[in-house]
Design a protein around this ligand. Sequence first.
Ligand SMILES: [Fe+2]
Length: 189
Amino acid sequence: MSITREQAHDILKKYMVGEAYLQHSYAVEAIMRGLAKRLAPNDVEFWGIVGLLHDLDEEHCDWKNHPEVHGPTSVEILKKEGVDDKVLHDAICAHNPKCGVKAKTPLQYAVLAADPMSGFVKAVAQIYPDKKIASVKHKSVMKRFNESRFAAGANRDYMESIEFTKLSLDDLIDVALEEMGAISDKLGL
Ligand SMILES: [Fe+2]
């Protein structure tokens, strides 16, 4: 079976307690919903669920030493919870190419790109005195994107993989600013 957003959120809360991880999950959910509005308008809820659950196993596997288990462990958790949705499982794995799954579909490219973009936008917000996403301009995100030492952990290639869909990196930045901005209180930004 697949799941509703409410069921997905219940599973997330059961397996994830770290506030920063939860905020990251909500940020990626928001970006995924924004991307779906442009790429798959009938699947906005489902794309959001992919974003919400993409890091489900974060506190349940040794991803630091074994990056290849990040993704497959989330699938195991979902199966244990009775969620047998291959499209969801494959998209979660595709967000981490180190587990051996290469993105192929717009949904998979979207989650691959949305994940680092959420952290990147947060890093840009933190430069500002008020640390608010409302202060961040598209132009500043692009400028920092081209500075390879800024937020070096945010994978530029993954963010640029949005261009394998109909959207551009500029579109992804606009979506991230708009959708993360709309839930800024929840994100502490
Ligand atoms: Fe993530």
